[in-house]
Design a binder for this molecule. Sequence first.
Ligand code: 5AD
Ligand code: SF4
Length: 491
Amino acid sequence: MQMENHTDRTDLNLPAPLREPERQYYFIAKCRQWVQKFEAEHGRRPTACVFNMGCQMNARDSEKLRGILEAAGYALSDDEASDFVIYNTCTVRENANQKVYGHLGRISGLKKKNPQMMTALCGCMMQEPEEVEKIRKSYRFVNLVFGTHNIYKFAELLAAAQESDRMIIDVWKDTDQIVEDLPAERTYSFKSGVNIMFGCNNFCSYCIVPYVRGRERSRRPEDILAEIRALVKDGVREVMLLGQNVNSYGKNLEEPVTFAQLLQRVEQIGGLERIRFMTSHPKDLSDELIEVMKHSEKICRHLHLPLQSGSTAILKRMNRKYTKEQYLALADRLRAQMPDLSITTDIIVGFPGETEEDFRETLDVVRRVRFDSAFTFIYSKRSGTPAAVMEDQVPENIVKDRFNRLLALVQEISQEMAKRVEGQTLPVLVESVNEQDAALVTGRLNNNLLVHFPGGPELIGRIVNVHLTECRGFYYLGTADCGGRRQPDSP
Ligand code: 5AD
Ligand code: SF4
């Protein structure tokens, strides 16, 4: 709504406004003019495709890019062979970078078929000067490169790229600016990510995020609440509050607010049914938050609490600021307060200096905490981070062996944990028609487990009570519970 008002009032004969977000609405109108010209020449709207290649933050940023493209008149598509393709890159591990070059390799072929095709790159990898230099030199067909700090300027950059036949590169080192009220095109009508903060101040020694996402900045609670209220009005029932370290939310605001206090205010929003958040750093997880979660009716029983390593010595070298014992004590506190809580984690294998003994400490924590699921990663050297120059990098064959042992244990425990709710009837938020079997729909339990059950597309976005008949490893088969009258069992 707001977007229509802004762009429809825009007079392109006047110079661009200096204030944000008005300036970006001016450039959306400008892009729209270009799109109309394209349409007149080709008899169709130009198509645009946004690839998100990273985390949930990256996915949310992609929704913002899609929102701008849609407002500018592009027809959104999932096809890489579009008139405009933008890669929202990740750089947390080296293989993320390699994927980008794989895509760029394919683009030159696509460009031969469609010479007017435009390509853009943005996101975390573009904050690395060496990568931008490589693209500038070796991938000269790229039209636009920008980073994480000026993503709000996408409309302005797109307008410039539409008029230019040279590569436009605009990457900022850092920013303290947060621009509100720009459009976003949601992937799901009924759930949405909501950024509550940007950047990270933790500098874990292996991690590139603080260098590419900059220092921690929290959005004002009023802006977050207004965004969620508008989302709920628009049909959203579940929000995922996003930040690299949500537990330190609000510390740098003029009027400091804790994350637990923010959650309490979000909980008050009528019509909102589920609240999720990620990621929590164990060192900052407060008892206040545990209390708020425990008494909340909307906060989901799921906590993503990255462990990274179970060895206190390695945690120290990782600069994580907690010990094995502190992590275990925190997990015990959480399980004692919320026995039905699902705890998930991230673990890195093969951090420099990791010995067999250190690795066994990690296995020990996995056995004791019994994670509901764990993302396991092989350590990836990121240049510029302190760990990249640490001695004792672990040989590849040893890392692979440890990785496989960890994965086997994690999977065994996850399957046992998933079984916990077998036979119960629990609410499921339906997300989609099942990809393999169109007679089924797929949704999520409050604890994030997937459930498939017989039903039609009219259930999408609705919360349905489902009898969890059969646990199949990491997901459930069930049947909708129609007020006590059970439907026949699923196939
Ligand atoms: N190598 C491997 N995994 C990493 N992560 C972050 N940096 C690296 C790295 N250099 C993992 C951490 C983090 C998750 C998002 O990615 O486990 O929690
Ligand atoms: Fe990276 Fe650590 Fe910040 Fe997470 S908390 S983004 S792992 S530096």
